[in-house]
Design a protein around this ligand. Structure first.
Ligand code: FES
Length: 68
């Protein structure tokens, strides 16, 4: 089973992004498809990434904290 056929899953990473795996379609706010370049895609949930919707690691320097 490869990343394109695995069931989709979204896992919140503690104090970090949402990790998306499996067969999902990512789209821009305008509906344009975003081609994931990796098997696991990290989506920003701190709001500070300069590469939104992807995490760029800024959450670490910002001290972003979650309850999970
Ligand atoms: S969660 Fe990593 S930059 Fe926002």
């Amino acid at each position: 089973m490869n990343a394109r056929t695995e069931p989709p899953s979204i896992t919140p990473y503690p104090d970090g992004p949402l990790l998306v795996r499996g067969a999902v379609e990512l789209r821009t706010a305008d509906g344009e498809p975003i081609e994931p370049n990796r098997r696991t895609v990290a989506l920003c949930r701190c709001g500070l990434s300069t590469l939104k919707p992807f995490c760029d690691g800024t959450h670490k320097a910002a001290g972003f904290r979650t309850d999970d």
